[in-house]
Design a protein around this ligand. Structure first.
Ligand code: PLP
Length: 416
């Protein structure tokens, strides 16, 4: 309560912005993930790896918009490409050559994407991929996994909203322990058209899927004739070819989104030629796939530029190594200080988990979140951490010290 009061006192302009916004936006915004009690912070501007809120507080960004903000706020290569595109015109309702250039870049990185189509979000990418898989297999059932997040409209697929959705089967997501998924799904195999899985649960807590589990899904899908879809909306940044390349597993379809749009709204779904061919208008009865902004000139230019100039294998490798170092440093810091937290994840995508009992967990996360804001760090209340190209190793060292320091308040509260 005291932390919340201090937060309210430090952020009068955000409070005023919230009071205005809440009159026309339910909850004061349009993203549930950003909700914050008593009110969220409103951002005025950003530069490099920092942003400034409407009260003038400056934050170093360690959330990177839940992985989308990988470039930081003002990457010079993107700014140059976007500025140029602004002068040559936007929104043509016609194709530009950047569209195929961008697609070629993606296809070169993901062998599972022989052909690709663009859309406007990860949610749309998954919806389109599921639709294509069911059409291709002429089956009606989709398997998804507990704790998964495949997008806003697909929330009900996961344990977040455990109501039943016709045609959707929920199976346990297996991490760390190898388990025969085949045995689990065997009784229903002939009806399954698609198996949709995140190679690591992202929003579900940065929980890496066991390679044996993911390999088991590959074998199962092949055996029963289902389409295996890897949702790499978050994990694609773990290597130039995503987690699938790191594991050497090739799904039949892949979905991506977030940062690949170079900072703009983006999603893409791709897969084997024999599946994606259904969208080819030269074929009889092609499947229609529209979307006014699917090939937005700005997104195409930004995405192609980012792939060619920023998301190099070396840059991704360095960023992920920095993330691995940060996770190790945080975990040893928590261990040494006895703070009730632990970090999971892979490379540059991580999550802080509180190890206290269920009812204390949210308060612990809140205390840590407010403590980090006061120390000048932008993270997520639920503990998500994602690095961006503007985070240096010195930033990471300072950040780790700040997290361990802020976590002391939780240790004291938990023991007191
Ligand atoms: N899939 C995963 C793994 C995600 O993390 C997200 C978003 O967080 C989505 C899909 C949905 O993407 P979008 O928010 O662009 O619809």
């Amino acid at each position: 309560k005291a932390a919340r009061e201090a937060y309210a006192e430090r952020n009068p302009n955000s409070k005023a912005a919230y009071d205005t916004a809440v009159q026309v936006l339910p909850g004061g915004g349009t993203r549930t993930t950003l909700a914050c009690e008593p009110f969220p912070i409103y951002i005025a501007s950003g530069k490099g790896g920092e942003m400034t809120d409407v009260d003038g507080h400056v934050y170093k960004d360690f959330l990177s918009d839940f992985t989308s903000g990988i470039y930081g706020k003002s990457h010079p290569a993107l700014q140059a490409a976007i500025s140029k595109a602004l002068t040559t015109g936007v929104q043509f309702g016609g194709h530009t050559t950047s569209e195929a250039r961008f697609a070629a870049g993606l296809v070169a990185r993901f062998p599972s994407m022989e052909l690709v189509r663009f859309c406007n979000s990860g949610t749309e990418a998954n919806l389109n991929a599921i639709g294509a898989a069911l059409k291709h297999t002429k089956r009606k059932k989709v398997v998804v996994f507990e704790g998964a997040y495949h997008g806003s409209l697909l929330c009900r697929f996961s344990q977040n909203e455990p109501e039943d959705v016709p045609g959707v089967l929920r199976a346990p997501y297996v991490s760390e322990v190898s388990l025969s998924v085949k045995a689990l799904l065997d009784p229903i195999t002939t009806e399954i058209g698609a198996i949709l899985v995140e190679p690591m649960l992202g929003a579900g807590g940065a929980v890496p899927g066991d390679p044996v589990f993911l390999e088991g899904l590959r074998e199962l899908a092949t055996r029963i004739g289902a389409v295996l879809i890897f949702d790499e909306v978050q994990t694609s940044r773990l290597s130039p070819g995503g987690r699938q390349a790191l594991l050497g597993i090739t799904p039949d379809m892949t979905t991506v989104g977030k940062y690949f749009g170079g900072g703009f709204a983006f999603g893409a779904f791709g897969g084997k030629r024999e599946i994606m061919d259904m969208f080819d208008v030269r074929r009889p009865n092609p499947v229609s796939h529209g979307g006014t902004f699917n090939n937005s000139a700005l997104t195409m230019v930004a995405g192609a530029t980012a792939l060619e100039q920023i998301l190099t294998p070396e840059a991704l490798s360095n960023l992920n190594a920095l993330g691995d170092t940060m996770r190790d440093m945080l975990n040893s810091g928590f261990q040494t200080s006895g703070a009730p937290f632990k970090v999971t994840g892979l490379g540059s995508v991580n999550q802080i988990h509180c190890t206290l009992a269920n009812e204390l967990r949210n308060s612990a996360h809140d205390l840590l979140f407010f403590g980090l804001l006061e120390r000048g760090y932008w993270t997520a209340q639920r503990g998500t951490l994602a690095l961006n190209f503007q985070n240096t190793s010195e930033d990471v060292e300072e950040f780790v010290a700040a997290v361990v320091d802020a976590a002391q308040a939780v240790t004291v509260a938990a023991n007191g």
